[in-house]
Design a protein around this ligand. Structure first.
Ligand SMILES: [Zn+2]
Ligand SMILES: [Zn+2]
Length: 319
């Protein structure tokens, strides 16, 4: 990793507003634009009646929950905030699940998120809605970040992840993400094909139909849904909702996003107490992701689960 030079750090500090000022014309991140556009187009195939199956719909619904946890549990609460610990093999498995969501390598994701918390809705925030709602939702992804500023940001914000050779390899060789994503998509197709083939007494046409249905719904539609759910945490929960805490930014608690993002919509709570494994500050602010952590703790996989700030303080003051 290159050493951090001061100019790059200053550029990183200045954030997206500076990107626009210093880059004319703006340089587009074509690999990301192509991937995002292609998967959206492939997901549109779901409107074809021939590709509809209830199996595909159910696989997509379960997939949103399971693969969404790669992001919520893996990239966000574990890697970005270290709000609990798991064995290294489990952490890497979660990262592999997150890679199947096509949201980038863990080092980039965590760097972006930690920058977001460090300067939330300020000039260094990579995706503040103050730059425009659609900017915060996905347009920020379409702009190529200056390489030097990106390297500086990674050195500053993801030093811990750089120690892991698996994460370094994923960062250095982006195509490795496709090496994980493509076989997982083929696996979905193969499972669907086998179910259709054997379910219809050895019919290859039935196998092809169910295989493609599971591929379109269970992989492409699911990937698009998980994208927009994650992106709505960056956009909607900094625009709409209530605020329980004066966090110095625009973060809000949005129950709709909380519902679809398995708890992540209680975003003002999260900005108030970023270290805690839970964002459930009231009994009715259901945080499904936290209960997954509770389950993992019960199974003996998760340890050192960080409680909410009031409990941390109470524990500190105990004699
Ligand atoms: Zn936020
Ligand atoms: Zn966070």
């Amino acid at each position: 990793m290159a050493s951090v030079d001061e100019t790059a750090l200053a550029q990183e500090d200045a954030g997206p507003a500076s990107d626009r000022a210093t880059r004319t014309p703006r340089r587009w991140n074509w690999p990301y634009i192509i991937v995002i556009t292609s998967v959206h187009l492939l997901a549109c195939l779901a409107v074809l009646p021939w590709l509809f199956s209830w199996t595909g719909v159910i696989v997509a619904a379960i997939g949103v929950i399971v693969f969404g946890q790669g992001i919520n549990l893996g990239y966000h609460r574990l890697l970005s905030h270290r709000s609990f610990k798991v064995p290294r093999w489990f952490e890497h498995a979660l990262v592999a699940v997150a890679i199947c969501c096509l949201q980038g390598a863990p080092i980039s994701w965590v760097t972006t998120h930690r920058r977001h918390h460090r300067d939330s809705d300020g000039p260094g925030d990579p995706h503040s809605p103050r730059e425009g709602f659609w900017w915060s939702h996905f347009r920020w992804l379409a702009v190529e970040k200056p390489a030097a500023a990106e390297t500086a940001a990674i050195s500053r914000h993801a030093r811990d992840l750089l120690k892991d050779p698996f994460y370094r390899r994923l960062q250095r060789t982006p195509v490795m993400q496709l090496v994980i994503f493509v076989p997982h998509a083929l696996l979905f197709f193969a499972a669907g094909f086998a179910a259709g083939y054997f379910g219809e007494g050895g019919s290859a046409a039935a196998g092809l139909q169910l295989g493609l249905s599971v591929l379109v719904w269970g992989v492409f539609v699911r990937t698009v849904l998980v994208w927009h759910i994650t992106w709505s945490v960056n956009s909607a929960t900094h625009v709409w909702g209530s605020r329980s805490y004066d966090t110095g930014d625009d973060s809000r608690n949005n129950w709709v996003v909380a519902l679809i993002a398995m708890g992540e919509g209680w975003h003002n709570n999260h900005h108030h107490d970023q270290a805690a494994a839970t964002v459930q500050h009231r009994w009715w602010q259901f945080d499904a992701t936290y209960y997954v952590i509770v389950l993992l703790r019960w199974l003996g996989i998760a340890t050192n689960v960080i409680p909410v700030r009031s409990r941390r303080r109470a524990a500190q003051t105990q004699p």
